[in-house]
Each structure stands twice: as C-alpha cells, then as structure tokens.
Write a protein that binds this ligand. Sequence first.
Ligand code: NAG
Length: 277
Amino acid sequence: MEKIVCTCILTLFCVKFALSRLDGLKTVESYMNICMLGKYHKSSPSPEKGLVSKFCSPWAVRSCCTEETALDIHVNSAWLNFDWNHCGQLSSRCREYFIMDSCFYSCSPNVGPWLVEDVRKIRKERFKNVPLCEKVCDNWYEACKDDLTCTDEWAKNFNWSTGINTCPHGSACRKFSEVFQNKASTFCEKVFGSFKVVPEDPNGGGNCFHLWFDPRHPNPNEAVARRRASEILNVEYKVVQGSESNNGHNKAVQLDSRSTFVVSMVVFTAVLADYVK
Ligand SMILES: *[C@@H]1O[C@H](CO)[C@@H](O)[C@H](O)[C@H]1NC(C)=O
C-alpha cells in the first residue's frame, strides 16, 4: 500500500517535472527566445516582415505572433470569441488600447521571464505580474474610463455558456471608472490579471514595459526582459545593443527539458520495477 502511494506521488511529480518547460530555462538568452505556449503564438520569436497592421507593427523585427493573428486582432471585433462590446460599443480610443494590448499579448517576444503555467484550451501558459509603466496604464485608463463594462476581472467573471462572453447575472453595466474604483492601476492589474503597474525609473533603467512604441525605434522592452531574466538566474545584467538575433538557444532549452524527462522516466521505471517485484 505504501509503495503504491509512493509510486503515485513520484509519477505525478515526474509528469509535472517533465512537462514544465519553464524549469528548463537556464540562460538569459533562453528567456529572451521564448513565446507563450499557446495555440495562437509562434513557438519562438522571429521576424515578421509583413506585420504592418498599426498596433502590432512594432513587433515586426522579432515577433511571437504571425501576420494572420496580427490582422485578425485589428479587424475582428470578437477576436478569440471575446466580445469587447459586451456593454455596448467601446469608444474607438478605448478599443485602440485593447488592440494594442492584444498585440502586446500575442506578439511581444519579451514576456519569457513572467510566464507561468496555465490550463486553458487556447494556451498552457500565461504571464503574470508583467511590469507595465505607470504612464502607459494611466493613458489606457483615461481612454476607457467613461466606457462601460459589467465586471472587473475579464479573465474570470464572464458567462461563457453561449461560447462568447456575456455579463453574468446580476452584474449591471457601469462605467470603467466605477467598476475599477477610479484607479488606473486597479484597472490595468485586474482587467486581465497579468500586469503589475510600476513607475518608470527616471534614470531610464528600463524597468517597465510599453504596450506600443514607434516601430522605427528599437524595442525598449528588450532591456526590461533581459534585466529580469538576469535577476531570476542571479547573473550579472549585461546591456546588449540590438539584440535581435535569434541564435540556437531554443535548441538548448528543448534538450534541457528532454533530458529532465528522460531522467524522470528512468527513476519512475526503477521504482515501478521495484514495486512489481
Ligand atoms: C449564463 O448564461 C446562460 C445563457 O444565457 C444562462 O442561462 C445562465 O443563467 C447564465 N449564468 C450566469 C451565472 O449568469
């Protein structure tokens, strides 16, 4: 009996261990070259020359989304079956910010250090506590504060029984300003539960993300991600100019998680053999 319990626990442990590719990230470059594990994300960032749609175009140099996804975000008012207009039509200014956010979510190659596991049909990972610059959040909130919604946590509270999000029973449509208690950071952090609002370092240290930037300029978020990856790995942060190259580090990551899997299976088999005996 004890052996069965022991084997079960070990099996669960091995399976969990083998499946978490995030545990295999051991270098700053591996954090830089990873996209969210999801149905609508590429497996790793690479150039997308055709990424011309306005709000996704900054990511053309190194992108986690395809051209099709980028276009869909701009033209489809129910992208991923999400009805933005669940309380009447969103204002175009507010809608633009949500398009920007969707582009960031789908295309940004810089969220590696903030990925955590998730269990959904369309994705197995999500990002959490991604540092969003306070100014960016303030502008987004300003654009939306007079628009209407019926719940503060869009990732959790909607009724999906019809296949598209509708307001849950008993939750009336109210202004964003009321739903989010007049606070920009409450809005940015709660609405999808993925951001943490932080004031931008006045010395330009690159401590927070921009949702959008002028595509003619280099991606300001690269340094933010590199810094965080260095922190996680406890290695010295190195400034890298024009870090657009995608060298063979993905292969290293895959190998790493594969060897973890093999080791886990060997242990599992050994225990099982012992148990059967
Ligand atoms: C969800 O929507 C369905 C269909 O409109 C409805 O029957 C159900 O009561 C709703 N559930 C909640 C919790 O709002």
